[in-house]
Write a protein of this length. Structure first.
Length: 827
């Protein structure tokens, strides 16, 4: 999540006379603690970092400060030794905790906290700062300095964690440290590792869409370089092309040595690099300020010339410099808080800047309503941008009397006015004062370890939205007013549209809306904003057409995600934030068991011309294997139990294309989807393969214009309880079977006079260019016993061929008609 990657550089100010903390711990009954007891004994666990997945699942980095394990490597660089283990904790939404302690075999220097203020080992790692107070008074070893943890952890798409660490052959030479990355899953499996480059001076920023990986930026005096990385579904790190541009004279204007640098992820999946311009101390030239460079997603710069970027802030007084910046994307616009000060006059101010994703500045205001906290000895301020608008100023303070560390928080709205919180603190915190803001505007603060020495806790403080016009309706996005179906509502395969209403007038942009199945994360439908046939805008609302196989299982849960930049605001053209993964949940209802027929379907699929060509290069065994794998893929993707799909492998060739016959056998029980519905699902998934998982892998070989073509439908009626026919038939199963088989294709009317048999809408249209479709019917009550033993399937197999020959009717179910009509109209 974006919040956490911002520079953690704290500003140390010594504005107040050292006094004793007199305030007592206030009662914060409204605020809640989350407490967890570690499963293993050892040194007290310390929360060093807190990050969040898109759905609110937390990722916590735990350290154990074990000075008895001091290593020579760590002593060499004057660091602080930790226990030589990587501890990560997942806090699930239901409050359960998963311990992840992967064994990455890291160099021991990774378990050593470095002091960034150490002049000998000056380190430029803005997003690795874990805290804290500058110690000026004495050499109090209880107080950590601006420390750097060589290990950083980042939440990628679930269930992956990115761990970055250092690798070196000479632990005393920090400039020679190399940065590496590993992808670890929630079971602690190490899925991939990769060398990234020099560790010093690099910064990593996750994309706003965690599936799109991250950007790694690196610079020194002679170049800037960056690379975009992504993580595939198996957890492999994939590196994009590296862009490296030599610094030029004009560039050094934009960034002087060691000045803070911040990277922002933008709603259009790109990044903005914010640099501090130097102050030339010449009243005729522009003074220092902030400059933004734009890097679009998956795009490389070729030369600096084309990327002038935009000035987003100019310092108004001379001899002032910017010593820290905190920026992040909010629901609408980007906000930065900068600390401007003069080391000559000791003047300082905090300024909030709001700008849009193209660099147009909307406001830039000094924060005048600063909290007046007195009586604290050591103070260090930081800022955090709130996702719903506004920001937090946080203060960490050390108390020399009780030797505790305290944290205060002050929330502000978009106009720099303070928002009243139930309490601003002081809240006791640990060494690191680790804190973060979740996607739902909740502030989290690490508490010191409990007295039992094996527990840790997080304090959660909900913060009101800093944009009074906006309200969160549960989508972690205050721009969304309503959705239909609403969050947590029931859907089924007849749910045909999805509406999302924004607070602004919107237009389509470029992202995707994706429907996932919760149980296995498989994609059910994926629509791009550029697919006009599926997306419609009506003022404030976007409507998405849902194909009816999307929610085709009963008792399932589905997630709907909307990429940022799926829509734009009409008035400003600004891309708008979407809906994160795991937020919008839909549940499918149980099947309607009143539908008491079941059926079997014979049909065929056709390979595309290209796929047919390669198919022909195979030998007979390979054909069979190909078809078997294809059926397996159908079973997984539709989904349907594999045993319900069968084929005789007798494919046909026409016009250079292969058609493969496939039968869908009847449902094995009443909770399974009937074959006619599976038929419709399969046909849809092929016909619309570009928006379903059929577009990937072998299923992409299928011809979408052909779909799943019907050859025959067999309907087996159930529940003809009182029918006289029933009585008669029960006496002689075979006779009735034969009778039915003979009657079905010829005397179709026979079926409709059975009043107990539910007949779904039937069309008896003759259509040119179609194979004739046959239908015959069985009465399942009669055949219940043989059905169980599979006998009825055998009857089908044997008689199938005959009826394909004799029938004169084309009887297509409504769904079938619907699909074919769409296909025809698309041509
Ligand atoms: C949870 O932790 C907090 C802070 O460490 C402590 O004040 C509180 O009593 C703990 N609650 C429980 C139930 O252990
Ligand atoms: C906000 O998210 C956190 C977890 O990320 C969760 O514990 C909390 O209940 C959420 N709050 C609201 C108001 O949804
Ligand atoms: C450290 O670097 C060496 C040599 O490049 C490599 O073989 C090893 O796997 C790396 N170690 C880790 C933990 O990545
Ligand atoms: C702090 O320690 C350093 C060496 O570690 C020493 O040079 C310095 O004088 C000490 N400062 C104080 C105030 O004791
Ligand atoms: C440290 O490593 C850097 C980069 O590899 C090298 O240029 C430098 O000479 C090394 N310094 C020492 C003291 O070994
Ligand atoms: C890190 O950045 C500083 C300042 O730009 C530069 O002097 C130093 O050489 C850089 N170090 C490395 C290893 O790139
Ligand atoms: C960048 O500088 C290096 C060495 O100074 C040089 O070899 C390279 O050609 C330069 N690249 C560009 C694109 O100017
Ligand atoms: C990124 O760019 C490469 C080459 O330009 C392209 O092949 C790839 O599909 C792009 N990826 C995405 C996700 O757009
Ligand atoms: C800025 O600083 C320079 C030297 O540090 C000093 O000469 C100059 O007067 C200062 N300007 C102002 C306006 O304070
Ligand atoms: C003030 O800051 C500038 C630039 O960071 C530095 O060159 C100068 O030495 C500082 N002056 C004092 C008095 O610290
Ligand atoms: C801060 O508070 C103290 C006492 O509470 C007061 O004397 C002082 O004037 C205040 N400062 C500001 C800037 O409001
Ligand atoms: C705080 O630390 C100092 C020095 O480390 C020590 O002398 C003092 O007794 C400690 N106070 C408490 C309350 O533990």
């Amino acid at each position: 999540m974006k919040i956490f990657n911002q520079p953690y550089r704290f500003i140390a100010q010594y504005l107040f006379i050292c006094l004793v903390i007199t305030s007592t711990k206030s009662q914060q009954s409204q605020y809640k603690y989350f407490n967890y007891t570690e499963s293993t004994l050892g040194a007290p666990p310390l929360v060093a970092d807190i990050k969040t997945y898109d759905d609110g699942t937390l990722l916590v980095h735990i350290l154990r400060n074990d000075s008895t394990q001091s290593t020579a490597d760590c002593l060499n660089i004057q660091g602080m030794s930790l226990e030589q283990k990587l501890y990560m904790r997942i806090i699930h939404l239901n409050g359960s905790v998963k311990e992840i302690n992967p064994n990455l075999n890291l160099h021991s220097v990774n378990y050593c906290l470095l002091n960034s203020d150490n002049t000998e080992y000056k380190i430029n790692k803005p997003n690795n700062f874990v805290t804290y107070l500058k110690e000026t008074q004495n050499n109090n070893t209880n107080i950590l300095h601006n420390i750097i943890n060589p290990i950083s952890i980042y939440p990628l798409q679930k269930p992956f964690i990115l761990v970055t660490y250092v690798n070196t052959t000479n632990s005393s030479n920090i400039t020679a440290y190399e940065e590496w990355a590993a992808v670890v899953d929630w079971n602690g499996n190490i899925l991939s590792t990769m060398h990234l480059g020099a560790w010093m001076n690099s910064t990593i920023k996750l994309n706003i869409n965690k599936k799109l990986g991250f950007l790694r930026f690196d610079s020194n005096q002679s170049y800037w370089s960056w690379t975009q990385y992504s993580i595939d579904d198996s957890g492999n790190l994939v590196s994009g092309d590296k862009t490296q541009i030599n610094t030029t004279d004009s560039m050094t204007l934009y960034r002087y040595s060691n000045s803070p640098i911040t990277i922002i992820s933008t709603v259009d999946n790109g990044y903005i690099i914010v640099t501090v311009e130097s102050d030339n101390s010449d009243s005729l030239l522009p003074r220092g300020g902030l400059h933004a460079f734009f890097i679009s997603y998956n795009n490389t710069w070729t030369s600096y010339i084309n990327y002038i970027g935009a000035d987003i802030y100019q310092i108004s007084q001379p001899n002032m410099t910017i010593s820290s910046i905190y920026c992040d994307t909010t629901d609408i616009y980007i906000m930065c808080i900068v600390f401007v000060n003069s080391n000559i006059t000791m003047d300082y101010s905090y300024v909030s800047i709001i700008f849009d994703s193209s660099g147009v500045v909307l406001s830039s205001k000094v924060i005048s309503d600063l909290p007046n906290v007195t009586g604290l000895s050591q103070q260090s301020w930081s800022a955090k941008i709130l996702p719903f608008g506004g920001f937090i100023l946080g203060l960490t303070a050390y108390n020399y009397i009780d030797n505790n560390t305290y944290h205060y928080i002050y929330a502000y709205d978009v106009n720099n006015s303070q928002i009243l919180l139930n309490s601003s603190g002081p809240f006791r915190t640990n060494y690191f004062g680790a804190n973060s803001v979740t996607n739902n505007n909740t502030f989290l603060l690490a508490s010191p370890y409990a007295t039992d020495n094996i527990s840790w806790s997080l304090l959660t403080i909900p913060v009101p939205t800093g944009n009074i016009n906006n309200k969160d309706f549960g989508y972690d996005n205050t721009l969304i007013k309503q959705t239909i179906p609403s969050n947590n509502s029931i859907v089924n395969s007849s749910t045909t549209t999805l509406n999302i209403t924004f607070i602004y007038k919107i237009a389509l942009s470029t992202g995707y809306i994706t429907f996932y199945k919760a149980s296995d994360n498989s994609i059910r439908q994926r629509i791009s904003a550029t697919m006009q046939e599926f997306c419609k805008i009506d003022g404030y609302t976007v409507s998405i057409k849902i194909i009816n196989n999307t929610f085709n299982e009963h008792g399932e849960q589905y997630f709907v995600t909307m990429d940022s930049n799926f829509v734009r605001r009409v008035q400003t053209n600004e891309p708008l934030k979407g809906i994160h993964d795991g937020i919008w949940i839909l549940k499918s209802d149980n099947f309607d068991n009143r539908i008491i027929y079941s059926d079997a379907i014979m049909g065929s699929v056709r390979l595309t011309t290209d796929a047919s060509k390669s198919f022909f290069k195979c030998n007979h065994l390979a054909y069979i294997e190909y078809i078997d794998i294809l059926l397996k893929k159908f079973a997984d993707k539709v989904p349907i139990h594999r045993s319900r799909l069968s084929t005789n492998y007798r494919f046909q060739k026409a016009n250079g294309q292969i058609a493969i016959p496939i039968r869908i056998n009847m449902a094995r029980n009443k909770t399974e989807r009937s074959s006619s519905k599976v038929f419709s699902d399969l046909n849809n998934m092929i016909a619309y393969k570009n928006i379903t998982t059929f577009s990937s892998g072998m299923t992409n070989d299928l011809d979408q214009d052909y779909g799943y073509e019907l050859i025959a439908i067999y309907t087996i009626y159930r529940g003809i309880k009182d029918s006289f026919i029933n009585e008669i038939y029960k006496k002689n199963l075979i006779l009735i079977a034969i009778l039915t088989i003979i009657l079905a294709p010829i005397d179709y009317e026979f079926l409709t006079i059975l009043k107990y048999a539910p007949i779904f809408p039937i069309f008896t249209k003759r259509r040119d260019g179609y194979e004739q479709i046959n239908r015959f019917n069985m009465y399942e009550d009669i055949f219940e016993a043989p059905t169980r033993f599979g006998a009825i399937v055998d009857i089908f197999m044997n008689i199938l061929q005959i009826f394909i020959q004799v029938s004169k009717y084309i009887i297509v179910m409504s769904q079938v008609m619907f699909i074919k009509n769409i296909k025809v109209s698309r041509h």
